[in-house]
Design a protein around this ligand. Structure first.
Ligand code: FES
Length: 566
């Protein structure tokens, strides 16, 4: 009995005070599942299965699990799929973000507690990828990531449609009276017509590209469409790679480094990627004690062009990006800006992977000399309204609004916004700034993707397409507009945003990277004296989150889960 291998099921036996008995008992119960002793002696690869009837983006999880198992079995291991929390954007109240850290904690605990030599993690929808990377980073179990992959765009009456930039475009047109109720109902069945994650450079696609940049999957695997046979081959390969970790482990702590995080920031900027990804990457890096400084993000943004021409910044869809050369082509374009020493799950360094130029289709991945934009997609703003920063996705904004000083119209929270935004008597003009407060990570609203405040109907019907909008919440990676997000500290944490009132003047300067509330300090002091924090949730996850959640500049992780330093 003592010569049994110490890998696989011999790991992590329960603390009965008698390890031999604990191992014996475990074998007994595993044999109840019909395994032979020969199978139970093999290395074990855990497969994190986030398939769920509530998660359309993970519809293909069962076949990806099967393909991964094939890869593990072919390499001589025992595949062990297990469930963790699955989060789908449209399925969760108040938001999927409210549960990202719970999913990360679940993933971390199950990776660390169960007997496995390595893991393959299957995810895709917005919050699932960061949750798994955060869990892997903290457990430090050697792990490969398989994303479900993006959906295909649907040809429709001379154009193509895919969730969810087109969802927002058509909904805005419907609100403005330019699309009928009949047509919007018909389009509802055309916006997401295959399996997979949103088909544009939204949060899911951005996070898949970031995961690939951090090295959690082989080159080119992040963007394979969900329905392509290569997607299944990628899962099979992930199983084989995880088996390689049994003798030659590559741990998340080797993948998530200062250099790889900076490479990932460059990629985020060059993609014109989702603003949410900045919060998620901050949280992932934070699990390894690596801090992301928003002022450094600004330096990187000023020296990183947007090269990818996909919606919501440009015109293409994820299938175009994949066919155009995908991440290998983008990394090749950026190669002189990247740290070449970073390795991926195959053990090769970025420098080795970039030894040869990759195929590229310039319609979707531009040359450095002909960028979509000469500077990066996201910049941070600082000032009296956001002492610890806020961000704006300038690549999806209206340049004419970059330098704005105007009076503001303040909504006290998402409910107030919903109640009043379409009131015909609303005192608002197209030159006003719309402000939403009390929607940050500390609030019961759960930091919703409500930063894309709708244009008031009466202005939308008059042809207004964009206004400056400011909030302490997030916006969908598929959204667009002159939208300032993640104002930190948030209103509910006592930030200056909580003191803003309708009629105040606010100045936004993308050029100067500033965001200021133009109210005298004496008046702010008077308002501060009357400010009260929102009620504390009584129990459960809501209470734990409220007591522990950090602000956007720290990734909105739980305080207790961040690492102190590398
Ligand atoms: Fe899942 Fe968009 S809803 S990726």
């Amino acid at each position: 009995m003592n010569d049994r291998p110490i890998h696989g099921l011999a790991r992590n036996t329960p603390g009965y005070g008698d390890p031999e008995f604990a191992a014996y008992l475990r074998r007994t119960f595993y044999k109840s599942m019909g395994y032979s002793q020969a199978m139970l002696d093999k290395p074990v690869i855990g497969i994190v299965d986030t398939g769920s009837a509530f998660n359309n983006c993970h519809r293909t999880a069962p076949e990806l699990v099967e393909a991964t198992k094939r890869g593990v079995l072919g390499a001589g291991g025992l595949p062990m799929p297990f469930p963790t929390i699955s989060l789908c954007e449209p399925s969760l109240f108040p938001t999927s973000m409210h549960y990202r850290n719970l999913a990360a904690l679940d993933t971390e605990a199950m990776l660390a507690a169960q007997p496995m030599d390595a893991a393959v993690m299957i995810s895709g929808c917005d919050k699932t990828v960061p949750a798994q990377l955060m869990g892997a980073a903290s457990s430090d179990v050697p792990s490969v990531l398989v994303v479900t992959g993006p959906m295909l765009a649907t040809p429709y009456q001379g154009e193509r449609l895919a969730a969810c930039t087109d969802c927002r475009r058509y909904w805005a047109a419907y609100r403005a009276g330019k699309v009928t109720g009949e047509r919007i109902a018909e389009i509802e069945g055309r916006l997401a017509s295959t399996a997979g994650t949103c088909g544009v450079m939204g949060t899911a696609s951005t996070m898949a590209c970031i995961a690939e940049t951090l090295g959690f999957m082989p080159p080119g695997h992040g963007s394979i469409p969900a329905v392509h046979a290569d997607r299944l081959r990628a899962a099979e390969m992930a199983g084989e790679i995880a088996m390689g970790f049994v003798t030659n482990p590559i741990r998340p702590s080797q993948l998530i480094t200062e250099h790889s995080v900076e490479n990932a920031l460059r990629v985020l900027l060059a993609l014109g990627g989702s603003t949410n990804a900045l919060i998620h990457l901050t949280a992932i890096a934070g699990r390894r004690g690596i801090k992301i400084d928003l002022r450094r993000v600004n330096e990187l943004s000023d020296t990183t062009p947007v090269l990818v021409d996909l919606k919501p910044t440009g015109d293409g869809y994820m299938e175009d990006f994949h066919a155009a050369g995908a991440m290998p082509a983008l990394l090749w374009e950026l190669r002189d800006l990247l740290h070449p020493d970073c390795i991926d799950v195959t053990g090769r360094s970025l420098g080795e992977r970039l030894a040869e130029p990759a195929f590229v289709d310039r319609r979707y991945i531009r040359a450095r000399a002909e960028p979509v934009s000469p500077v990066g997609g996201i910049v941070a703003l600082f000032g009296s309204l956001a002492p610890r920063g806020a961000i704006i996705k300038r690549s999806a904004a209206t340049p004419a609004l970059f330098e704005t000083e105007a009076r503001c119209l303040v909504f006290d929270g998402p409910a107030d916004l919903a109640d009043r935004i379409d009131d015909p008597a609303l005192d608002v003009t197209e030159t006003d700034i719309l402000v939403l407060k009390n929607a940050g990570p500390l609030t019961p609203a759960g930091m919703p993707e409500a930063g894309y405040l709708p244009i008031p109907t009466k202005l939308g019907r008059a042809g207004v397409k964009d206004m400056v909008r400011i909030s302490d919440c997030r916006m969908s990676g598929t959204a667009f507009g002159t939208i300032v997000l993640h104002v930190t500290p948030e209103a509910a944490a006592g930030g200056p945003l909580g003191l803003a009132e309708s009629g105040d003047r606010i100045r936004v300067s993308v050029r100067d990277r500033t965001l200021d509330l133009l109210v005298p300090e004496a008046e702010l002091e008077r308002r501060r004296a009357g400010w009260r924090p929102p009620a504390t949730p009584v129990r459960g996850w809501d209470r734990l989150l409220h007591d522990q959640v950090l602000q956007a500049d720290e990734g909105c992780d739980l305080r207790v889960l961040r690492a102190e330093g590398p």
